[in-house]
Design a protein around this ligand. Structure first.
Ligand code: HEC
Ligand code: HEC
Length: 261
C-alpha cells in the first residue's frame, strides 16, 4: 500500500469541485503575495533579518559578489561594493528581452552571463548553489521594489507561452497550475493554505524543504507533487513560466528571501 494517502486526498478534495468552478466566468484576480497567506509566526520570521534563514543564502551571495573570477575582476568591480551601482528598479523588471540573444533573459540568466563574459568564469551551473546565492543577493537589493515586468512587444509571445503552461494540466494528477493557484487560492487543506503561486518572494526559503530555492525549483516542487516530469532549470518552459508568473505578479513588492511552505 502506498503512503500517498494524504496527497491523494488533497488532490481528490481539489478535483471534485473543479468542474463546477471552472465553468464560472474567469475572474480577474488582484495579485496577492504568498506572504499574506502565511501564519503570523512565519511572517514575523520573514521580516526579521536575523530570524530569516534565507538571509544565509543572501549573505553567501554577497561574499561571492566581491570574489574575483578568472580575469581578476569581481561583480563588485563594475557594480560597486554591495551592488550599490545596480539599478534596483531594473532588477524588479526581470525577465527582460535581450536584443542580443533574441530571447527573454531572467535575472539568473543575466548574472550567469556576467559571470561568464565579464569576470571570465568559472561557469556556474544554472541550478548551482552559487547561482542561487548570487541571484538571492542581487534580488534582495530590490527588496520592497514593485515587480514591473514589461510583456509588450517582443516579450508578448513568451508571456503567452508561459500563460499556456500555467493553464496546462500536468501529470497523473491532471491539474493545471491555475486550478490550484487561481480558483482554489485561499482554500485550506490540512493546515496548508493555497496561495496564488506568486514568485515575488523568490529566491526564498522553503520551510518544508529546509532550504532556499529559486522560482524554477519551486515550480519543480509543484510538478513533483502532480507527478509530472520536471524541466531543467534553464529550460524554455521554465523561462516562459517565469515571464508569465513574474508579470502576473506586477504590482507586488519583492520580498526576497520570502519564507514559504
Ligand atoms: C566588466 C564589468 C562587469 C562585471 C565584472 C559584471 N558585470 Fe554585470 N553587467 C555589466 C554590464 C555592462 C551590464 C548591463 C547589461 C548588459 O548590457 O549586458 C550588466 C548587467 C548586470 C545585471 C542587470 C542589471 C540591470 O540593470 O539590468 C546584473 C544583475 C548583473 N550585471 C550582475 C552581475 C553579477 C552578479 C556579476 C558577477 C558574477 C557581474 N554582473 C559582473 C557589467 C559587468
Ligand atoms: C494541486 C494543487 C497545486 C497545483 C496544481 C500547483 N501547485 Fe503550486 N503550490 C501548491 C501548494 C500546496 C503550495 C504551497 C502553498 C502555497 O503557497 O500555495 C504551492 C506553492 C507554489 C508556489 C510558491 C508560492 C509562494 O508564494 O510561496 C509557486 C510559485 C507555485 N506553487 C507554482 C506552481 C506552478 C507554476 C504550477 C503549475 C506547474 C503549480 N504551482 C501547480 C499546490 C499546487
Amino acid at each position: 500500500m502506498k503512503i500517498l494517502t494524504l496527497s491523494n486526498c488533497f488532490f481528490f478534495a481539489l478535483t471534485l469541485p473543479l468542474t463546477t468552478i471552472t465553468l464560472s466566468a474567469a475572474h480577474a484576480q488582484q495579485p496577492v503575495s504568498g506572504y499574506d497567506y502565511l501564519t503570523p509566526e512565519m511572517q514575523e520570521m520573514q521580516i526579521d533579518d536575523f530570524g530569516n534563514p534565507g538571509m544565509l543564502t543572501v549573505d553567501a551571495g554577497e561574499i561571492r559578489f566581491s570574489t574575483a573570477g578568472k580575469n581578476g575582476k569581481s561583480c563588485a568591480s563594475c557594480h560597486g561594493d554591495d551592488g550599490s551601482k545596480l539599478d534596483i528598479k531594473h532588477i524588479a523588471s526581470y525577465p527582460v528581452y535581450s536584443t542580443a540573444l533574441k530571447k527573454p533573459l531572467t535575472l539568473r540568466g543575466q548574472i550567469l552571463l556576467c559571470q561568464d563574459e565579464r569576470i571570465g568564469g568559472p561557469s556556474l551551473g544554472h541550478s548551482s548553489a552559487e547561482a542561487l546565492q548570487l541571484e538571492a543577493f542581487v534580488r534582495r537589493l530590490a527588496l520592497g521594489e514593485t515587480v514591473n515586468v514589461d510583456v509588450s512587444g517582443e516579450m508578448a509571445p513568451y508571456y503567452e507561452a508561459g500563460k499556456n503552461l500555467f493553464h496546462t494540466r500536468w501529470g497523473q494528477v491532471d491539474i493545471a497550475c491555475h486550478q490550484c493557484h487561481v480558483y482554489h487560492a485561499g482554500r485550506t487543506f490540512r493546515g496548508q493554505t493555497l496561495s496564488q503561486g506568486q514568485s515575488n518572494g523568490f529566491p526564498g526559503y522553503r520551510y518544508t524543504a529546509g532550504k532556499a530555492v529559486s522560482t524554477p525549483e519551486r515550480i519543480t516542487g509543484c510538478l513533483a507533487n502532480l507527478r509530472a516530469e520536471p524541466y531543467a532549470s534553464d529550460s524554455v518552459e521554465y523561462i516562459n513560466l517565469e515571464v508569465y508568473m513574474n508579470a502576473r505578479g506586477n504590482g507586488l513588492k519583492i520580498e526576497t528571501p520570502g519564507i514559504r511552505y
